[in-house]
Ligand binder design. Sequence first.
Ligand code: FDA
Length: 406
Amino acid sequence: MNRFDAVVIGAGAAGLFCAAQASQRGLKVLLIDHAAKLAEKIRISGGGRCNFTNRDAGPANFLSDNPHFARSALARYSSADFIALVQKHRIAFHEKHKGQLFCDDSADQIIQMLLRECEAGGVTRWQPCTVNEVDRADDGGWQLQTDRGPVQAPQLVIATGGLPVPKIGASDFGLRLAERFGHRLVAPRHALVPLTFAAADWAPFVPLAGIALPVEIRCGAPAVGKKTRGSGEVSFHEDLLFTHRGLSGPAVLQISSFWRPGQPLRLNLLPGVDLLALLLKAKQQSRRQLGNELGSLLTQRLADTWLAIQGLDGSQAMPQVPDAQLRQLATSLQDWQLMPAGTEGWHKAEVMAGGVDTKDLSSQTMASKRQPGLYFIGEVVDVTGWLGGYNFQWAWASAFACAEAL
Ligand code: FDA
């Protein structure tokens, strides 16, 4: 029988960091992962450069049924702590946008850093290795049947992540195990995901595929745990990308975590501009055609396609365009309301919202309140970050809180 002080299942961001921290505190730690390749999600993250944290990460950047749950762990292991670790390992990085920190070279540097940290503590890693059964041992600890033999440990950490991207190892192992041991779940949902539209609704917009522009996007808010405006809406100022099937880009990924089926989205394609006032002024002062006037504010391709969708003649000289048409145009661009049909699903979602209900976990240690010696960390827990390095910060922070308690 192999005996360890703690077994961590899932060698992704949270599992690697937790195993490293716990082992460096003197524990004998076994880290198990069923995937052939190590930490593929880190490798593909941030376009291959891993947006490993956000300088400004705080509880307001996370969604959860309990918006206060993440507070303690994020305070005890902050983005500054992870930045210090990255600097200690001499990994060069840069800030791209709104506090988002990326490796200069490659996401693999973060994986190698985590491996070195595990080696420093003497972590044993079995990978690939399948866990076939998890049960209580006679001594009250845990007993695992794996395809490398049986294992016992008093402490078991579940770090098997969320459901996105099943082809690189995502599984519902953590969710099933949680339920089996009496935990409630918050229904998993696609988050940070492109949104799709009914083919017939989207057909007029297909010629816009590939166009990107900065927008303001908003939708009605769920009950708790998010950036709210006074009106109860959530909004983001980010870039939008038109695709063949719908909308993507940071603006849509951000809002998708808050969007619920049946809710409309509202978009302003020219934020910070009073378009109607500009068009009425141009009508007085400009002899240009409507299409060219709009093309000077948007790209010409977007302007021409948009006018066609609106049934407006872009060749009209500005002085001849009726005010009602200018009003229609301004409203269509600045308060564009549209109803998504769905999302691009688990293959395209960057994260899972929902997961193991935080009501059954300690926010100090990530320990189960239902099963002594059981812990859940990382994405499997109902804590979901915005786009921008927040999800890795949750992985590091929850892993650290757990490792301190093992
Ligand atoms: P993670 O998914 O990292 O690890 C889970 C591990 O458990 C995997 O290694 C898996 O193989 C293993 N596992 C699953 N089932 C198992 C089983 N039955 N038995 C054994 N092992 C099992 N976030 C961010 O902050 N910045 C970014 O730049 C990006 N970029 C990004 C791009 C893309 C394309 C995706 C899909 C996601 C991101 N993310 C991100 C999100 C980020 O990758 C994610 O939130 C973290 O990796 C979550 O860390 P975990 O350790 O919880 O899960």
